[in-house]
Ligand binder design. Structure first.
Ligand code: NAD
Length: 409
């Protein structure tokens, strides 16, 4: 093995862990990917992948074929352990949106028996402030034989955009926060082996909060746009024109409203800040509430329009959480369509061009059929396919355009 090459264990082989593990292997490190899911391990060891991400199949195949990457359900001794497991929220007696650290704690406990002095643990999962310190506590409890100053622990949050993960993994700037300076420096040396972006060192708590506020910043700005759309409806003003005009100001850049905020990052991470400092995080909480309430507002609007018809055909354009992807996690479009179905409002014709036949919750219809048959067209996602619809078709329809692709109120 070349001098700077390491043995690395990556805990969790999902959207983040699998690209990271296979990237490290193609750079020459010896990588063991660990996942609690047997099917994931078997799929990867056969050189295949279980998630949808452009070019990931090529990267994983090449890493596995090189002999530098294999998957397992149990860790083994290594130089560095990277933790990339889920950090969802959970309902507790006092908080319906409490951070769930079970997976991070389980992964930390799983690597503990394999640690040797001088090892590095890197937490990549998006985590509440203090989680990296919590890993240090777990290791201290489980391995009192290790002198703590000789285990290095750092947090390196991930900023990649699904659909562009392979490129962004290499090109994005990174923040690395250590429980101490040597930990941050040791982690930086590893990331330099595959990362072309700038690497900024700080404390673990600052790195944890930096990731959370990046997503909170996006959420607050989207909430502003969503609130504007509701204000404009009341005042009978076209919100799309309003935002376009306001953005002519040299220092104003209002985002576009939508049916709500989805995905497993922006819709989740701000709650970690609220959970930590509920009294102080007023704006962040309110933004979450505004964005979470937007699907209900859209639903009421559809119900009001539908009430003018006798059993209208309602075309629901898009189910994914954002444009041009197939990801349904926390999707407001799906939430609205489900609610319409549950309430029995009209006859639904959902249309989601990015989903394959495995999706069975609703029958999905080709766009041409929806455009022909629908009395009411609801744009829920700004997919490319919907943007090119002939505007003359829309004249005979009631249109609710939550994404502004046709700039209709
Ligand atoms: N997906 C993204 O675009 C993205 C972007 C930035 C940050 N993140 C963060 O990265 C983290 C991982 O997200 P993801 O999208 O990769 O999740 P994921 O659900 O795609 O993958 C997580 C994997 O971890 C496995 N796992 C669970 N517990 C484990 C354990 N104890 N040991 C080993 N494996 C275990 C699961 O089986 C799963 O395969 C989360 O904190 C997420 O918020 C994700």
């Amino acid at each position: 093995m070349a001098k700077c090459m390491q043995k690395i264990v990556v805990m969790g082989l999902g959207y983040i862990g699998l690209p990271t593990a296979s990237m490290l292997a193609t750079k020459g490190h010896q990588v063991l990917g660990v996942d609690v899911n047997h099917d994931v391990v078997t799929t990867i060891n056969s050189g295949n992948i279980h998630i949808v991400e452009p070019d990931l199949d090529i990267l994983v195949k090449s890493a596995v074929n090189s002999g530098k990457f294999k998957a397992s359900i149990t860790p083994e001794e290594a130089d560095t352990f990277i933790i990339a497991v889920p950090t969802p929220f959970k309902i507790t007696a006092t908080n319906p949106k409490a951070p769930d650290l079970t997976y991070v704690e389980a992964a930390s406990a799983a690597v503990a028996p394999f640690l040797r002095e001088g090892n590095l643990i890197i937490l990549e999962s998006t985590s509440p402030v203090g989680t990296t310190d919590r890993i240090a506590e777990i290791i201290a409890e489980l391995r009192p034989d290790l002198r703590q100053q000789q285990i290095y622990i750092a947090h390196c949050p991930e900023r990649v955009l699904p659909g562009h993960i392979i490129r962004e993994l290499v090109d994005n700037d990174r923040i690395i926060g250590g429980i101490n300076k040597p930990s941050a420096e040791k982690a930086r040396d590893l990331y330099k082996s595959f990362c072309n972006g700038n690497i900024y060192l700080t404390t673990s708590k600052t790195a944890e909060l930096a990731k959370l506020v990046e997503n909170s910043y996006r959420d607050v700005n989207i909430a502003f746009a969503n609130e504007l759309s509701i204000i404009c409806e009341k005042l009978d003003i076209n919100v799309w024109e309003l935002i376009e005009l306001a953005n002519k100001h040299p220092r104003v850049n209002i985002l576009q409203p939508g049916p709500g905020v989805g995905g497993h990052c922006i819709a989740v991470d701000p709650w970690f800040v609220v959970a930590a400092v509920p009294e102080e995080a007023k704006l962040i909480r309110t933004a979450r509430e505004v964005n979470d309430s937007k699907p209900h507002w859209v639903l009421d609007k559809i119900k009001a329009k539908a009430a003018r018809f006798k059993n209208p055909v309602i075309g629901c354009l898009g189910l994914a959480f954002k444009a041009n992807i197939d990801d349904l996690r926390e999707s407001p479009a799906l939430e609205i369509t489900r609610a319409l179905a549950a309430l029995g409002v009209g006859t639904l014709m959902p249309c989601e061009p990015n989903l394959n036949s495995e999706f069975s919750e609703f029958p999905c219809f080709p766009l041409a059929d929806v455009l022909r048959k629908a009395d009411i067209l609801v744009v829920l996602v700004d997919h490319e396919e919907f943007r090119s619809v002939d505007p003359s078709i829309l004249k005979e329809k009631v249109v609710i355009d939550t994404r502004g692709i046709w700039k209709i109120m």
